[in-house]
Design a protein around this ligand. Sequence first.
Ligand code: NAP
Length: 351
Amino acid sequence: MELLENIPLAPLTTIRIGGAAKYFVDAHSIEEVQQAVASSRSRELPLFVLGGGSNLLVSDRGWPGLVLRIAIPGIEQSSRHDEHGRIIFDVGAGESWDRFVSRAVMAHCAGVECLSGIPGSVGGTPVQNVGAYGQEVSETIESVQVLDLKDGQLRELCREACGFGYRSSIFNGSERGRFIVLRVRYALTPEGKPCSRYADLQRHFAGRETQPNLAETREAVRHIRALKGMLIVPGDADCFSAGSFFKNPVLTLEQHQDLERRAASRGLAVPSYPALQTHMKVSAAWLVERSGFAKGHGDGRVGISSKHALAIVNRGEATAVEVLALKDQIQHRVEAIWGVHLEMEPVMVGF
Ligand code: NAP
């Protein structure tokens, strides 16, 4: 295990913002993760666990302790099937998520094809129960191998133990900071049909007579994401973001009625979908755009993506302070006009 000093964190994040880590370790194995944790404890250094850096806002001051980047590799396709005939893929937390999706699709296994093109690493996916276009990883995760920082034990948590909800789990909820994700096991359906429930995908395939296959669905999702600036494409200035900056709000029926009244008084209808049986999920992008923050908003170093109102972009040399100033402006205006509080999605580090 190599302990590095004063490593800039901005290049390790997709938004390219943030100061340096005082100490830094790239851990390629479970043993190296254990050594790094022991080292942070013996030196009394605060520990931050870094994955793909795609959902982070690091402070301009950086991180005063040890940043441990999980770089555990490996995609193993098991010959074992679970009781539903699904194939198990055992994947290192440091693997690129999209590389795994590509492998799964090439192996004609369904379950993650709509999650194509999501930046970041495999280890981050159970944390926020990553989802898009009608799929979320909780539907395919069989178990998660973790290091429990409470007692230093390695554990295998089954899906039920992960407490998955909408973009949530015990890892970002009740047990935040307790576990380091080391490997994830996904159970995928061989020769399964792709999911194409969402309007964006249906529009993409409109007019076709045959059902799209898994590979075509993967390409369609990547194409749709690229149009929204949500695919990392070298040279595209809209890519320097932390993805969606706000969560799609899940409202009680009462809150939703209030929002509908406000929209109706402006002659508008809010895009909404039933959620959690008694709630309604609304489009955060719609709220942002209808609050005066159009695509391409802002003429400084920080602004809104020209392709998607939910992405705050670094147009070059931006600071975390500037990003937070725009975030505050958006939150205040959305709340004033629509009565809805938008929750920030990226994790804040070192503030
Ligand atoms: P979008 O597709 O415009 O969707 C906006 C909102 O409408 C989301 O809450 C979405 O629910 C909901 N929605 C749209 N079609 C729906 C349908 N047919 N049934 C039920 N709900 C529907 O959003 P976007 O910002 O362009 O993002 C594209 C996809 O990537 C979305 O699925 C979004 O949730 C996902 N995404 C996920 C993460 C993450 O996992 N952290 C981050 C960014 C974006 P859902 O959220 O349930 O899809």
